[in-house]
Design a protein around this ligand. Sequence first.
Ligand SMILES: [Zn+2]
Length: 538
Amino acid sequence: MSYDILIKNGRIIDGAGNPWYYADVAIKDGKIVKIRPQLDVIATKIIDANGLIVCPGFIDLHSHTDFILPFLSRVESFIRQGITTCVVGMCGDSLAPIPPERVDDAKKLLCTINPAFANLNISWNTFEEYLNKMEKVRCPLNLVFFVGYNNIRLAGGAAFENRLPTNKELESMKNYLAEAMEAGAFGMSTGLIYSPQVYAKTEELIELAKVVAKYRGLYFSHIRGEGKTLINAVKEFIEIIEKSGCIGGQIAHHKVSGKIYWGTSKESLRLIEEANSRGINISCDQYPYTRGMTSLSTILPPWVHEGGVDKILERLQNSKDRNRIKNETRNEGWENFIHENGFESIYISTVNTKKWKDIEGKNIAEITKIKGKIDGWETLFEILIDEKGGGTMTIESMCEEDIRRIMTNRYQMVGTDGIGVPANPSFGKFHPRFFGTYPRILGKYVREEKVLTLEEAIRKMTSFPAQRLGLRDRGLIREDLWADLVIFDPNTVIDIATYENPLQYPEGIPHVIVNGIIIVENNKQNRKYPGRVLRRPT
Ligand SMILES: [Zn+2]
């Protein structure tokens, strides 16, 4: 018998959390077929992993890569950090369903993320049609899809109106959600600081989560607040899981945002632990950085978003509305980045217009000085108007102590909250998490600071997320499982991407294998696309 790949002399970390051991691994037809202390067999390709760790490919529990796949599908910054499966459709944003009568509205919203959507032919409406389309996109890694609540609310009725849906609209939303679940979505996601989802009340979300529960699906959420309102937001999240009967919930990119609230993770983690002890299955994911990143328009109070993008732009040009926005940043009832962090902590990361290209990477206080504006408000309003409501920001808002407390919690796993992109400077100053999440944990937090053991960190990147998603055939090094593997050097693995210079691939991850096909060899990505669209296991 001959094999496709033989990995020799490596130290195996199997993903289950067990200590490492020496073994050779043989791969054939996409699967791990033999693991022995020594294998002297014939193979088309032999990889010498002497001095290196061989572990399961990383499963990114939270990514927004679906928003680049219609245009670019090599997902370089993900592949190079060892991600072999990623979860998309997060924070309530997915690319389906989009019923025919909503294509224009959806496009307008999508253009605030990426203006290229203006020219994209949206040839699908239902979730099934979308997944079928995605199966034809050549992608190097496996994809797990969630349906976004924004799409459900837009498709089903209440859309950008700040009100409860009517009974008829609620029924329609449930039908769209059920269609997505039948098509193979793993669950529903929400992002409760974003419009129009921000208008959804707890009861509305419970009603929809009941549909997810019926299919034994999962509820993933960017909860309603990560600063002042963090604890209430965690409580609301737990209530949604409990009252809907959902089998599991995931708090996205768990963090404490805003200096005056640092330390609150003690209480949020206590709530998660207490819920689990009552039989409510809740976990969280995290990226290891002190800055967050989101769309720039999220800085505006929820009422500014009512009616959609055109209305936002109208209000930004009206002095009365501008004054109301300024006044409301003194209130604390909503996710208020300016109040909690200040203009000096808010950095413009990407813009779409030439006019503002030179300020990418700078904070709003600096930009105000450089451009000779009156104050941060004038700068912010002008950027938002020129960018037609688009653009993104990073916000310096977290502390190391909370990051470590969350990282070492037993319910934590890893997610980038990023997008797989090429190292192309025309894309702007993305958050470095797009390039460095996994190697940063392995290099900084495991090797240098010993916050986690190597085996524990890898478990949180592999078998734990596989268990969360119900993927029984990935996330471990075992015979008969899919050969999604990462081979890295524990002595050198590290992230290189910084806020100032984020478009840099990590070091120390020479080989990556997806479905038994080598996609990174000697630190170079090749042009192979073995990734698959995974559908919810039934
Ligand atoms: Zn989010």
